[in-house]
Design a protein around this ligand. Structure first.
Ligand code: RFL
Ligand code: PHB
Length: 391
């Protein structure tokens, strides 16, 4: 098999990249180790930045998102039993975000790819990338019990945080920047209308809590839990009781309960792999960087990377110049580090570390009070949340 761009991974990064290349008249093959149902049902991100929405729409993948996605013009910060709303359009010159689940983005892109795009092979596991620093890199992969080779002009590793692509970059050229957090998120899906029409980010002495949603009838909620927690340790009523405590306010706001249909724990990590390119191998999305989910940035960063790659390759095709491809890593990393900073700030603003001192507790409250009383501070949050420009 041979193609122009070999793409490893059919998460949002790989699927959108295949779509963007198809629209630019560049052929590609996507190799995905899991089956289609698994990829379509993996519960993850929920928030699309304005820029991501614009890209999906322009790529012809926005039809259902435009019908079913929920536009959100703000979030609520909750602390000390008080509520403070951050109004995005007012602070950012009209920007907002959209609640449309990653599962739905993936379903839409898979359907389009199978209908109009190049090959998308499920249960095709990439084993290694070879010849990254030559003009003809290859992906060795296993599909239907056989080993095969995909010869490419370029390889893009969109294979997530545990992928194989980045292993093809010689370790002496790599720098990894990393931080783990001593807590994780217990996430639930519940068949109950969200108790608030916008997301609620709550700081509480017992730990962080987040109220989000998947649709007008399905809530998505998260609780900060100690690192290493097993979701099975938490009973359903116990989860609701704890959420209720952390969201409590002085007014008459109440949390509606409903049947919990899914429960899982996500660890929290910040990670950046530099560089994001070696020869003709490019890394995109979680394969190159991880952010803790507090800033809702992961999927949006993946979109930024593949938009940058598709633009650079198109430019090369049209002008013969590899200038933008050569600048890929630097271009992406500028945006990545802004998102790392933002996600770290949101995480440390709202989570309670197990060894937090009373001094740090007071500082968190002071930071929140500052956000609630200064338009400059609030604007900084609104700009970060609605997203930094691509490219
Ligand atoms: P993915 O989605 O992990 O996809 C990688 C794909 O590669 C496949 N793969 C391989 N295929 C072939 N051969 C191999 N050797 C392979 N190894 C792996 C995998 O099966 C998979 O299909 O990475 P991608 O495309 O870079 O997308 C990144 C996003 O998934 C991720 O950043 C977000 O989900 C992060 N995230 C959030 N991002 C947001 O922008 N907004 C949010 O609100 C948000 N909330 C979240 C999140 C992530 C969470 N978890 C579970 C980590 C909430 C949570 C709880
Ligand atoms: C989600 O809905 O899954 C979600 C929303 C906002 C975040 C993280 C996750 O910051």
């Amino acid at each position: 098999m041979r193609t122009t761009v070999g793409i490893i991974g059919a998460g949002p990064a790989g699927l959108l990249l295949a779509r963007l290349l198809h629209n630019a008249g560049i052929d590609s093959v996507v190799l995905e180790s899991r089956d289609r149902a698994y990829v379509e049902q993996r519960q993850r991100a929920g928030i699309l930045e304005q820029g991501t929405v614009d890209v999906l729409r322009a790529a012809g993948a926005g039809e259902r998102m435009d019908r079913e996605g929920l536009r959100h013009d703000g979030i609520e910060l909750r602390y000390d039993r008080k509520r403070h709303r951050v109004d995005f359009p007012a602070l950012t010159g009209g920007r907002s975000v959209t609640v449309y689940a990653q599962t739905e983005v993936c379903k839409d892109l898979i359907a389009l790819q199978l209908k109009e795009g190049g090959p998308l092979l499920f249960e095709a596991e990439a084993l290694a990338v070879e010849g990254a620093d030559t003009d003809s890199p290859r992906i060795r992969f296993r599909h239907e019990g056989r080993e095969d080779v995909l010869d490419c002009d370029y390889v893009v590793g969109c294979d997530g945080s545990w992928g194989v692509a980045r292993k093809a970059i010689p370790s002496e050229l790599v720098r990894v920047f990393e931080r783990t957090y001593p807590f994780g998120w217990l996430g639930i899906l519940a068949d109950v209308p969200p108790s608030h029409d916008e997301l609620v980010y709550a700081r509480h002495d017992r730990g962080f809590a987040l109220l989000s949603m998947r649709s007008p009838s399905v809530s998505r909620l998260y609780l900060q839990v100690p690192e290493g927690t097993d979701a099975a340790e938490w009973g359903d009523e116990e989860i609701w009781d704890e959420l209720e405590r952390r969201f409590e306010t002085d007014d008459d706001w109440t949390l509606e309960r409903g049947p919990i249909t899914q429960k899982s724990v996500t660890p929290m990590r910040s990670y950046v792999h530099e560089p994001m390119r070696h020869g003709r191998l490019f890394l995109a999305g979680d394969a190159a960087h991880i952010v803790p989910p507090t800033g809702a940035k992961g999927l949006n960063l993946a979109v930024g990377d593949v938009v940058t790659f598709a633009g650079a390759l198109t430019y090369q095709k049209e002008t013969g110049s590899a200038e933008l491809l050569d600048a890929y890593s630097e271009t992406c990393l500028r945006r990545v580090w802004q998102a790392e900073r933002f996600s770290y700030d949101m995480t440390t603003l709202l989570h309670r570390a197990p060894d937090a001192t009373p001094f740090e507790d007071r500082l968190q409250i002071a930071r929140l009070e500052r956000l609630a009383s200064s338009e400059a501070a609030e604007t900084d949050l609104a700009e970060g949340y609605t997203g930094f420009p691509f490219g």
